[in-house]
Write a protein that binds this ligand. Structure first.
Ligand code: PGA
Length: 252
């Protein structure tokens, strides 16, 4: 069976390198013992050099990467730079980036650039509002089609889809998705992926859940929801809780 992927998105946390090191060490200690889980930690870019090196099962990721390789782009960091600093993954199309103005086209450009540099991409998709008529499914389909446009099938093995309904993400989340709904949406996403890339590539892309995952609901998404992994924000800043989730997945 394929390993589950558990991603910790630290966002703009913690404030000091000392706290970051402490958190990272605890997660690293646990990750070293895991056989069925790939742990990916996405710290603020500035902390990457502190953590780069031999981390075994624990992989490093970026929270975003610009599509240009270098040049006059103040404040940006390219996929190539992240690669050199030890990142193996990059989260792209996160709802917090989209909210700040990132378009579908830009997400697509960033994906292409990241794949070219050899990074594995965690592409976030998710609707802003859920409607009972299923209009949101069309929205998800659009995000996948545009995001993955002109990406060779062979490259799909380097992509993970993180389904994160926007209304379930972050401190202001209105609700959490249910494992049952996640499974339903996972199957829909799978169908769209197969439509885009054919069964060979489309059936193997991991589809993970994100949005207010915590130690109360994490197992539901994996067991009942059949998620291939989890993308965790706030709870990834709590070492005990995050490690708890890692153990839960390892001991399934
Ligand atoms: P959350 O964030 O777990 O704090 O809701 C998830 C994410 O933004 O990826």
């Amino acid at each position: 069976m394929a390993k589950k992927i558990i991603v910790g998105n630290w966002k703009m946390n913690p404030t000091t390198p000392r706290e970051a090191k402490e958190l990272f060490q605890k997660i690293k200690r646990k990750s070293a013992k895991l056989k069925k889980v790939t742990t990916v930690i996405c710290p603020p870019a500035i902390y990457l050099p502190i953590f780069a090196g031999k981390n075994g099962n624990l992989k490093l990721g970026a929270q975003d990467a610009y599509f240009e390789r270098q040049g006059a782009f103040t404040g940006r960091i390219s996929s190539a730079m992240y690669k050199y600093m030890g990142a193996q993954y990059v989260i792209l199309g996160h709802s917090e980036m989209r909210r700040a103005g990132e378009t579908e086209r830009v997400v697509n450009q960033k994906i292409k650039a990241a794949l070219k540099e050899g990074l594995k991409v965690i592409l976030c998709i998710g609707e802003n509002e859920r409607d009972s008529g299923g209009v949101y499914l069309k929205f998800l389909q659009g995000q996948l089609k545009t995001g993955l446009a002109k990406i060779p099938r062979a490259n799909l093995k380097n992509i993970t889809i993180a389904y994160e309904p926007v209304w379930a993400v972050g401190k202001k989340a209105k609700a959490v998705d249910t494992p049952e709904d996640f499974l339903h949406n996972k199957l829909f996403i799978r169908k769209v992926l197969v439509g885009i890339a054919g069964p060979k590539a489309g059936l193997t892309v991991p589809i993970i859940y994100g949005g207010s995952v915590n130690i109360e609901n994490d197992d539901g998404f994996i067991k009942k929801g059949e998620a291939d992994g989890l993308l965790i924000g706030r709870e990834s800043l709590n070492a005990d809780h995050f490690v708890n989730t890692l153990s839960m997945v390892e001991n399934l």
